[in-house]
Design a protein around this ligand. Structure first.
Ligand code: HEC
Ligand code: HEC
Length: 140
C-alpha cells in the first residue's frame, strides 16, 4: 500500500523523459543528429580564430581532410608548419614548446618534434558549423 502510494507520488512529480538530457527526445526514439559541415577551407583562406583562453591550443582554421591520417611515418601538418619563421600568408611555425620532451628533458630543445606532439589533432581541433549543445559562460 505504501509502495503504491510512493509510486503514484513519483509518477506525479517525475520529469518527462523528453526533457532529460541535451537531445530533447524520448528514450525510445532514435533521433537523427543534425547534419554539420566540417571546415573545408584551404590553409590561409581564413584568419586564425581567437584562442579559447591564454595558452589554449589554437583551433585549426582550415580543412584537414586532405592531410589525414597522421601515422608513424606520415605527418603532412609538418610539411607546412615545421618552418623556422612566419612568412605572410604561410603557416604559423610550430612553437618551441613542441620541440622539447617536457616529461623527460624539458630543458633540452631537440631537432625534431617531441613524440607527445606528433599527433597534432590530439590537441588541435578543426571547427564545424555545429551549434553549441549548451550555452557557456566561460570568460576569456
Ligand atoms: C598546405 C600547408 C598546410 C598544411 C598541410 C597544414 N596547415 Fe595548418 N595552417 C596553414 C596556414 C597557411 C595557416 C594560417 C596561418 C595564419 O593564419 O597565420 C594554418 C593555420 C593553422 C593553425 C592556427 C595557428 C594559429 O596561430 O592560430 C593550426 C593550429 C594549424 N594550422 C594546424 C594544422 C594541423 C594540425 C595540420 C595537419 C592536420 C595542418 N595545420 C596542416 C597551412 C597548412
Ligand atoms: C599535447 C597537445 C599538443 C599537441 C599534440 C600539438 N600541439 Fe600545437 N599547441 C599546443 C598548445 C597548448 C599550444 C599553445 C601554447 C604554445 O604555444 O605552446 C600550441 C600551439 C601551436 C601553434 C601556434 C603557435 C603560435 O605561435 O601561435 C601551432 C602552429 C601548433 N601548435 C601546431 C602544431 C602541430 C603542427 C602539431 C603536430 C605536429 C601540434 N601543434 C601538436 C598543444 C599541442
Amino acid at each position: 500500500m505504501i509502495a503504491t502510494a510512493a509510486l503514484l507520488l513519483l509518477a506525479a512529480t517525475s520529469t518527462p523523459d523528453a526533457s532529460l538530457g541535451l537531445s530533447k527526445t524520448g528514450v525510445f526514439d532514435v533521433p537523427a543528429p543534425p547534419a554539420v559541415r566540417a571546415e573545408d577551407s584551404s590553409p590561409g583562406e581564413k584568419p586564425a580564430p581567437p584562442r579559447a583562453y591564454p595558452g589554449a591550443p589554437p583551433a585549426i582554421p582550415h580543412g584537414i581532410a586532405d592531410f589525414l591520417p597522421i601515422t608513424r611515418t606520415q605527418n603532412l601538418c609538418l610539411d607546412c608548419h615545421a618552418v623556422k619563421e612566419k612568412k605572410p600568408g604561410e603557416a604559423t611555425p610550430i612553437p618551441a614548446s613542441h620541440y622539447r620532451d617536457l616529461r623527460r628533458a624539458p630543458g633540452a630543445p631537440r631537432g625534431r618534434i617531441a613524440g607527445a606532439r606528433h599527433v597534432c589533432t590530439a590537441c588541435h581541433a578543426t571547427r564545424s558549423d555545429a551549434a553549441p549543445l549548451a550555452g557557456s559562460t566561460f570568460g576569456r
